[in-house]
Design a protein around this ligand. Structure first.
Ligand code: XMP
Length: 506
């Protein structure tokens, strides 16, 4: 495997994903975590950082402990740091380089540049530059603006590059990463969905033996894929529970339950609609609603799990981005919304947690899902928040409002599917606003609710852009909703991006 040491760059996860795309396993570790070299570690990549190497708070690590023993690749700050540590000069350059640049490769036959053009488009994003290299460092490439765009330390497989090969604007960046991890580090490209499934199922079998595992399914990709892996390993010793919280999409409970049964999962559907509606009565604050929904879910799940004898484990669909320890550069971040729906569940139930997807990125989870035979109806599904329509009905939730929103949302989502937009969108849904507006239907004045439509492009939910849906499609959806959904006389489209807005309205 490859270790990616994180110095706080916004691109660190991207580096790891690119390496994984080469079918090479890699892990991200915070820069200050000790890395002990063993036969598994084939190379180390040092990420970029928002810091400058001379900053008193700059993240530092002594790379001499690894140099010469395994190949090292410093990217941006990583490259600057190694040069600085050896006495080179790193300082703000006259020209800040940000954007595309042409890399002029001075040593085209060097293994780091195998298969690359002599002049290669790369992506730069730096204020500091390496102005002078220590004596035993050798320049491998430059650009018009900077003399040192790539270097090696003579006599050892240690390299530094100023540009970002992980960004797609570096057109041959993937080739460079391939050259480093495969040719220089000697990693075999054997990390595939099939090999992941084989290894994971084998280790789950060994770890779990005859133990029973209970797991909550939601219809979402992560929990479904995790359940299928556990199912392969332990069959009917996996007990799945799917709770109808009354806040799902129209017909979702029945459809998803049927799909899971078709896959052979040992699953129990629990109708708990009324308990959730009771818990939500009179509450309109978003965080209070989240808490009420989370608490009710835990109670119901706990009760159901206790009906199964001798359960030892709780299965969860946690994925890699949830467990990577992030290097905080701006101090502790504030809670915008509490997304963790069922934190506290394992402690309360005194169960050990098993998380088969802990090492996977989202796109890898999908690939593994396909390889396990899960249908597109589950894998291609848009993300849907745990509290469901509970946070898309602004203000107090009532069964009647749920009905209205389910109808409107269903018309919207079906129209997206029919027009081919559904698969191009990261997440879409309808929101029921807590205001009434005046309308006219036939000769009658109406005074009814407003539905907002939301559709966003995103890669991880952290940032998002609103989708430019065609006017004709929006017109059609708006007409259908107003004509068919009793209680709605106005439809609006949300044209806000995240940040500064968020994807959900609550
Ligand atoms: P925001 O609204 O913060 O949403 O831009 C980002 C992503 O997170 C989802 N989301 C949630 N998921 N429980 C969840 O499981 C929550 O309470 C929650 N709130 C937001 C949202 O749907 C989007 O995908």
């Amino acid at each position: 495997k490859i270790i990616v040491l994180d110095f706080g760059s916004q691109y660190t996860q991207l580096i790891a994903r690119r390496i994984r795309e080469l079918h090479v396993y890699c892990e991200i570790l915070p820069f200050n975590r000790p890395v002990s070299l063993n036969s598994e570690v084939k190379g180390i990549v040092l990420s970029g950082s928002p810091f400058s190497v001379k900053d008193p708070n700059a993240p530092t690590v002594d790379t001499r402990q690894w140099r010469g023993k395994v190949p090292l690749l410093g990217i941006c700050y990583g490259a600057q740091w190694m040069a600085h540590q050896e006495g080179g000069e790193v300082a703000p350059s006259q020209i800040r380089e940000y954007g595309r640049a042409t890399l002029q490769i001075d040593l085209p036959e060097h293994p780091l540049f195998a298969g690359m053009s002599k002049a290669s488009q790369v992506w730069m994003s730096h204020a500091d530059s390496i102005l002078q290299l220590p004596p035993h460092f050798k320049i491998l490439a430059h650009t018009e603006n900077i003399p040192v765009a790539a270097y090696e330390i003579e006599g050892e497989p240690t390299y530094g590059i100023q540009f970002h090969p992980e960004v797609t604007h570096s057109l041959e960046g993937k080739q460079l990463l391939h050259n480093f991890v495969v040719n220089i580090c000697g990693c075999s490209q054997s990390w595939t969905p099939a090999s992941f499934i084989e290894q994971t199922v084998a280790s789950l079998k060994e770890q779990l033996g005859n133990d029973k595992v209970v797991m909550a399914l939601s219809g979402g990709v992560d929990s479904s894929v995790a359940a299928m892996l556990l199912h392969r390993a332990i069959g009917s010793n996996l007990y799945c529970i799917f709770v109808d919280n009354g806040l799902l999409r129209k017909n979702e409970f029945e459809q998803v339950l049927e799909t899971y049964r078709g896959l052979g999962l040992n699953i129990k559907g629990v109708d708990a609609k009324q308990q959730f509606y009771d818990a939500l009565r009179g509450i309109s604050d978003p965080e209070a609603k989240r808490k009420a929904i989370g608490r009710t879910f835990i109670e119901i799940f706990d009760e159901e799990a206790h009906k199964i004898q001798d359960v030892k484990w709780l299965g969860q669909g946690t994925i890699y981005p949830d467990v990577i320890e992030s290097v905080s550069v701006n101090g502790p971040s504030v809670t915008i919304k509490s997304h963790h729906n069922v934190g506290g569940l394992p402690e309360r139930m005194k169960l050990k947690v098993i998380e088969p997807l802990r090492s996977l990125f989202k796109d890898e989870v999908r690939e593994v899902g396909y390889a396990l035979g899960l249908p597109k109806a589950i894998i291609g599904r848009h993300p849907f928040p745990g509290p469901g329509l509970g946070i898309r009905i602004l203000g107090e939730v009532t069964p009647e409002k749920v009905r209205i929103l389910q109808e409107a949302d269903d018309i919207y989502i079906e129209a997206l599917r029919r027009s081919g937009w559904y698969d191009k969108i990261w997440q879409a849904g309808a929101i029921l606003l807590p205001i009434h507006s005046v309308g006219v239907m036939g000769d009658e004045r109406t005074y009814e609710q407003v539905v907002a439509l939301r559709a966003v492009h995103s890669t991880d939910g952290m940032t998002a852009d609103w989708v430019h849906l065609p006017y004709e499609l929006l017109a059609d959806i708006s007409n259908t909703i107003i004509n068919r959904v009793k209680g709605v006389n106005r439809v609006v489209y949300d044209i806000s991006s995240k940040p500064p807005a968020t994807i959900e309205w609550e």
